[in-house]
Design a protein around this ligand. Structure first.
Ligand code: PLP
Length: 413
């Protein structure tokens, strides 16, 4: 508020100076960062009405903020949902989506065995401590999922559109049918595909979750999470978690993610094109034992054949298992990279690499990792939007680096 009296002491002027009662004229062309924790009104009566929900307005940023609302609106639109809610991280979003499904003591969750490790740990530790039981299934085996859903009568099924790090594409439509037949809801973590490649609500998912830290933000400079629901019934639980648990997204981060989303389409086209070229090239590399790259496009898998005007998109991640399937070989390859960044994330404009056995799946026993196919020589590559020849050249030169004491074979070409 403007300090009206110019005779005020400097101690008062420094607090109130420069603040304006009125919004500036002229609509900003970019959403401003509403860096304000609180919002004021002309009278207590107005504040009372806003608190009572009789008048729309912002009160306190943990309950809502205009910059955060702008982000919620865009993700709701592009995912085709009824409502969306933003959180401080992808994990806060996963937690909120699960809570919205009424996971009371005794409830059962049927989770993909390929889920992001922290999601599995969240289910087993936090939800487990409240009496929620988690069972797992291989979601690429639909008969297994159906059998377990019918036997266990879970309240929720949860899977990822593209799994990490073996990049299996989930048949969302089939999983939604299985979930609904069993009286359960389906949560899909769409982080690896982004809404540009797949919109799970269209195929029957009930709630979609994103780590906005990845492709949506896209620049490794913001952390956030989003939940989009098809059903208005989720509004109160999702907003309630944000208000009471307090994992609200900051307007600063919301602004970075909003800016990232503006280029999502062009970035994803380039990411996917580069990933496809890299996967094809690595198939023939003598140092690579196996290339993991979705053979079907994400929309093929959803059996819709939509967007025929776009070239088929297979996602932006490529995982490779080295022929020398050891941690030493993987580390040597990763340490020899000059362009690709060694980092624990994905979906950024730059190419990055991660060693699942010592990062995302570190907490699993070696036996469990082997069972899941996560071997020590496995490396996940998040393919960036750099020039594809530069990416390929960097990866090939790093693959060609010989074991200490061995003679180079020139295998990089
Ligand atoms: N879901 C998936 C598939 C992820 O890969 C991650 C993080 O890597 C998360 C959720 C958690 O997101 P955040 O790190 O933003 O909490």
């Amino acid at each position: 508020m403007t300090a009206k009296n110019e005779n005020l002491d400097i101690a008062t002027q420094v607090v109130h100076g420069g603040e304006s009662d009125t919004a500036p004229t002229g609509q900003p062309t970019a959403i401003p960062i509403y860096a304000s924790a609180t919002f004021t009104y002309e009278s207590m009566d107005e504040i009372d009405k806003v608190f009572a929900g009789e008048k729309s307005g912002y009160i306190y940023t943990r309950y809502g903020n205009p910059t955060v609302t702008a982000l919620e609106n865009v993700i709701r639109e592009i995912e085709g949902g009824t409502m969306a809610c933003a959180y401080a991280s992808g994990m806060a979003a996963v937690h909120a989506a699960l809570l919205a499904c009424e996971l009371t003591p005794g409830a059962i969750v049927l989770a993909s065995r390929d889920l992001y490790g922290a999601t599995t740990s969240l289910l087993q530790t936090v939800f487990g401590s409240f009496g929620v039981k988690t069972i797992t299934a291989d979601f690429s085996d639909l008969e297994q999922v159906r059998r377990k859903a019918q036997e266990a009568k879970p309240r929720v099924l949860i899977a990822e559109t593209i799994s990490n790090p073996l990049l299996k594409v989930c048949d969302i439509q089939a999983c939604a049918e299985i979930a609904h037949e069993a009286g359960a809801r389906l949560i899909i973590d769409n982080t690896f595909a982004s809404p540009y490649l797949c919109q799970p609500l269209k195929y029957g998912a009930d709630l979609v979750v994103h780590s906005a830290t990845k492709f949506l933000g896209g620049h490794a400079d913001a952390m956030g999470g989003l939940v989009v629901s098809r059903d208005e019934v989720d509004r109160m639980p999702l907003i309630g978690v944000m208000k009471l648990v307090g994992g609200a997204l900051s307007p600063w981060e919301a602004h970075e993610i909003l800016r990232g989303i503006k280029t999502l389409a062009v970035r994803m086209d380039r990411h996917c094109e580069n990933a496809k070229a890299l996967a094809a090239r690595l198939e023939n590399n003598p140092r690579v034992g196996r290339v993991y790259f979705p053979r079907l496009t994400v929309s093929d898998q959803q059996k819709t054949g939509e967007r025929p005007h776009r070239p088929p998109q297979h996602g932006a991640l490529v995982s490779i298992e080295l022929k020398d399937n050891t941690r030493e070989a993987a580390f040597r390859f990763m340490d020899s990279l000059k362009l690709c960044v060694r980092a624990t994330s994905l979906g950024d404009v730059f190419s990055s690499v991660l060693h699942p056995a010592t990062a995302s799946h570190r907490d699993l026993s070696p036996a469990r990792r082997r069972e899941l196919g996560i071997n020590d020589g496995l490396v996940r590559i998040s393919v960036g939007i750099e020039n594809v020849d530069d990416i390929i050249a960097d990866i090939e030169q790093a693959l060609a680096v010989p074991e200490p004491g061995a003679v180079a074979t020139g295998s990089g070409s």
